[in-house]
Ligand binder design. Structure first.
Ligand SMILES: [Zn+2]
Length: 275
């Protein structure tokens, strides 16, 4: 890929990411509340006045209204432009990191996977739940991704049945391991250490990334979760009984595995002389 093409792709990814991020804000707010994500159009959650088109411009719109509703002057959370910026950054990362080596369709799938992870993480932080509608649709999209990879049949991809086994095996292993962790947590910690949605999120990640990355994702998620939990306990921000949502850690583990799973796993296997 030429430099100019690569730069164009990266700019496109940032613009598209900011727009999708704007939509993710709607998903994060409305899905747990059981509202439609398509109707009505974006409006102020306080005075319900519909936003002007210029207010809907991702990231910039928030600065134009100086973080306050144009009509009722209620502060609009900085989280909205932050999520739009984060989505733009994730999309840019996909374009910059994989742009020269993978087909556009695969880049779009990666961007979709990261969007699902981000929306689920924020909903888990807000409500301590992972809606089935999102984990299930993410799982189905992961299956479609595996089918599309198999039918492209390019590069180091597996044959059709093996590619499906790779994805479905990852989903089964993911839900199975997290269920074991959940039961173990209940037995040893005498409390519900994990929500019922976490195994479903892990199944979704497994479907996308395959079984090897399931192990890596759980390892990373547990490490970050333990670190975060220890910091929270030390700084006394959380009581011992206060649950911490595990979904965001799984999502971070999944995102790291998407980008770096292959080099990490081959280095690791190399230590044992397996590659
Ligand atoms: Zn308002």
């Amino acid at each position: 890929m030429l430099l100019i093409e690569s730069l164009f792709l990266q700019c496109l990814a940032i613009a598209l990411g900011a727009c999708i991020g704007s939509f993710l804000n709607v998903v994060i707010y409305r899905v747990p509340a059981g509202l439609s994500i398509l109707h009505p159009p974006s409006r102020c959650p306080h005075c319900f006045r519909q936003l002007a088109p210029r207010d809907n411009i991702p990231i910039i719109g928030w600065f134009l209204i100086r973080g306050k509703c144009r009509y009722c002057h209620t502060p609009v959370s900085w989280r909205y432009p932050a999520i739009e910026s984060l989505t733009a950054f994730l999309f840019w990362s996909v374009a910059a990191y994989f742009g020269s080596s993978l087909p556009i369709l695969t880049l779009c799938f990666y961007a979709a996977f990261l969007s699902w992870l981000l929306a689920l993480s924020m909903i888990d932080i807000d409500t301590m739940t992972l809606p089935n509608s999102l984990t299930q649709s993410g799982l189905v999209l992961g299956l479609i991704y595996q089918i599309s990879l198999a039918s492209m049949g390019s590069g180091d991809r597996l044959s059709f049945p093996n590619q499906l086994i790779f994805g479905i095996g990852g989903a089964v292993l993911g839900i199975w391991l997290l269920d074991i962790m959940r039961v173990a947590g209940r037995v040893f910690l005498q409390k519900e250490a994990m929500g019922g949605g976490d195994p479903k999120l892990m199944a979704m990640i497994g479907m996308w990334l395959g079984w090897q990355n399931v192990l890596l994702t759980i390892l990373i998620a547990s490490a970050i979760g333990t670190f975060f939990g220890a910091i929270a306990l030390l700084t006394k921000n959380l009581g011992r009984q206060q649950p911490i949502p595990f979904g965001p850690f799984l999502a971070i583990g999944g995102a790291i595995s998407l980008f770096f799973g292959k080099p990490i796993l081959s280095t690791y296997l190399g230590w044992f002389g397996l590659t």
